[in-house]
Design a binder for this molecule. Structure first.
Ligand code: ATP
Length: 233
């Protein structure tokens, strides 16, 4: 049984059809990438999964909860790193963790929180307001916040964007840890090489539709790059 089950998803913004009939199945203990060029519909799909944007049509189930009829339960099952925003400029990283923990009624989270901040080299900046963070620091903190409560479904939208190699490694570790405890991970990115390092399965999106579902192995190296490019033309 897929943990994330999307069938016939359509999302329309006025005249723009951002998502035009995507099917997606993602499983426990696996990481799946949504890969595609700018405007392919990746972030819109992730926003629907996170319960931020409602689907125009189609069905979406997360951890057995229908996203439309049981939105709160579906949202409680997930942890979401949005592609942009999501941080309060006047709050420190630690205050973000405290707020997230309070909203989710977590207890005993402090050690994990400190450990995650250290892994992402944010320990020294934990008590600085995020308004003064660089772009990459903000991205790293967004991954920490998505992962803090060990969600059943981890949704990472462009987690590698502008992030240095240490941040990329730390994100790989978070994905591997989540998989090891049986979580279902979805990563949206336009970076083929990082997508295939992080995920075993890759869904290629173009113009709001899924054009292929491939094993990451099929996208490795020069040949993989050519195969990917041919899907985009
Ligand atoms: N709120 C919105 N209002 C109008 N159009 C939107 C909105 N959000 C997304 N779109 C449009 O939907 C399409 C898909 O956008 P989306 O952000 O999902 O793509 P993406 O694959 O994540 O791209 P990127 O890699 O640039 O983030 C684009 O044409 C975009 O302009």
């Amino acid at each position: 049984m897929p943990v994330v089950d999307v069938r016939g998803l359509h999302v329309r913004f006025g005249q723009v059809e951002a998502v035009a009939g995507i099917d997606l199945a993602a499983y426990a203990g696996q990481a799946t990438a949504l890969l595609g060029r700018n405007g392919a519909g990746k972030s819109t799909t992730m926003r629907v999964l996170a319960g931020v944007v409602p689907p125009t049509a189609g069905s979406v189930t997360l951890a057995g909860h229908d996203l439309v009829t049981a939105t709160l339960a579906a949202k409680q099952a997930s942890g979401y790193c949005p592609d942009v925003g999501g941080l309060v400029p006047r709050a420190t990283a630690w205050e973000h963790l405290q707020l997230s923990a309070r909203l989710r009624r977590l207890t005993g989270w402090e050690e994990r929180g400190r450990d995650l901040l250290e892994r992402f080299e944010l320990g020294d900046a934990a008590h600085r307001v995020t308004g003064g963070y660089s772009h990459g620091m903000g991205r790293r903190l967004s991954v920490v916040l998505a992962a803090l409560h060990e969600p059943e479904v981890l949704l990472l939208d462009e987690p590698f964007d502008g992030v240095d190699p240490i941040g990329v490694e730390a994100t790989f570790e978070v994905i591997a840890d989540a998989r090891a405890r049986g979580a279902c991970v979805l990563v949206s990115t336009h970076l083929r090489e990082l997508a295939i390092q992080a995920c075993a399965t890759v869904l290629v999106l173009r113009g709001g539709s899924r054009v292929a579902t491939l094993d990451a192995d099929a996208m490795v190296g020069e040949e993989g790059a050519r195969a990917y490019r041919s899907l985009l033309d």
